[in-house]
Design a protein around this ligand. Structure first.
Ligand code: NDP
Length: 294
């Protein structure tokens, strides 16, 4: 069994991005600038935004940090998005999810200029991805594809099962794995809460990608000998064995599943570090006009 080291790949990609930024500056260009809108005081969201901004600065990007209180109106957020869309100094814009209940996620996502939609959630980017056209790819699935690429994991013709069909992970993951591309070219099954015989479906997978948001859901009896297992889940649970009193677990019961796998991602240190770095990669591509001409 080989552990897929997301931290190591994160460091590699980060160094590559930083080098690209140096080149841009050496050629008289400006630093890529990522705008991040955070609404409300949710602790997890604030932590994610904090690490996104910190990583921006580590690779030499600028960031534009916008914070609104929970009580902000939808119109105020939409007005800010329009302002950022029209600001030529800003290359990428993300709005941290989830949003307060009185704000429509669809409206917010659709208001973002798709040419700055570095989260890859806008329908134009989703549609273009589905058609195999250049687009900003959603960060988590793109990060997983990058792990397959860098570990030379063969996906062609493989039976790939994706657990979960959310718009940000499961569905785009399925699309990327079935694309005519490398990595890709897999035969994909997407599972969800209405799937019948889930255990049997999973146990047939050469590649199993778990993104269902259920702590340690995937057990050894659901995994084929020699399978590649990718664990997207993040669950913070109490622990008396750590200093902080907390530990992170995934959607996969790691200790019993790992011995059966050819490759597996740990939690933490697997998919998580790839999500942020993919967002930064998209921002670099946006700044360079490599997906959509500026
Ligand atoms: P969602 O809750 O949006 O989606 C969960 C999906 O799993 C849904 O499609 C749901 O089915 C399905 N599901 C839930 N329970 C079951 C079940 N018992 N049997 C079969 N299917 C089930 O989650 P996300 O996609 O946003 O996230 C998934 C996990 O990944 C979470 O733990 C999240 O924290 C983590 N995550 C990690 C990231 C990272 O960077 N590592 C980034 C994003 C998410 P249905 O559609 O029928 O309801």
């Amino acid at each position: 069994m080989e552990l897929i080291d997301g931290k190591k790949i994160n460091a590699e990609v980060k160094a590559e991005i930083a080098k690209e930024v140096e080149k841009i500056i050496a050629n008289g260009g400006k630093r890529p600038n990522l705008a991040v809108i955070l609404i409300g005081e949710d602790g997890a969201s604030a932590t994610y935004v904090g690490s996104k901004i910190k990583t921006c600065h580590e690779v030499g990007f600028e960031s534009t940090d916008v914070k609104f209180p929970e009580s902000v109106s939808e119109d105020e957020v939409l007005a800010k998005i329009t302002e950022i869309n029209n600001n030529p100094n800003i290359d990428g814009l993300i709005v941290q999810l989830p949003l307060p209940k009185h704000i429509s996620e669809h409206k917010i996502i659709e208001a973002i200029d798709y040419k700055k939609d570095v989260d890859g959630f806008h329908p134009v980017n989703t549609g273009r991805m589905a058609m195999g056209l250049p687009s900003f790819l959603p960060a988590t699935p793109a990060g997983i594809v990058e792990l397959f690429r860098r570990y030379n994991i063969d996906t062609e013709g493989k039976n790939c099962v994706v657990l979960g069909r959310s718009n940000i992970v499961g569905t785009p993951m399925g699309l990327l794995m079935s694309r005519k591309a490398t990595p890709g070219n897999a035969t994909v099954t997407i599972c969800h809460s209405r799937t019948k015989n889930l255990k049997e479906v999973c146990a047939n997978a050469d590649i199993l990608i778990a993104a269902i948001g259920q702590c340690e859901f995937v057990t050894a009896d659901m995994v084929k000998e020699g399978a590649v297992v990718v664990d997207v889940g993040i669950h913070r649970v109490k622990s008396d064995k750590t200093k902080s009193g907390w530990k992170l677990l995934g959607d996969v019961k790691f200790d019993e599943v790992a011995p059966k796998c050819s490759y597996i991602t740990p939690v933490p240190g697997g998919v998580g570090p790839m999500t942020i770095i993919s967002l930064l990669k998209n921002t670099l591509l946006a700044a360079q006009g490599k997906i959509y001409r500026k």
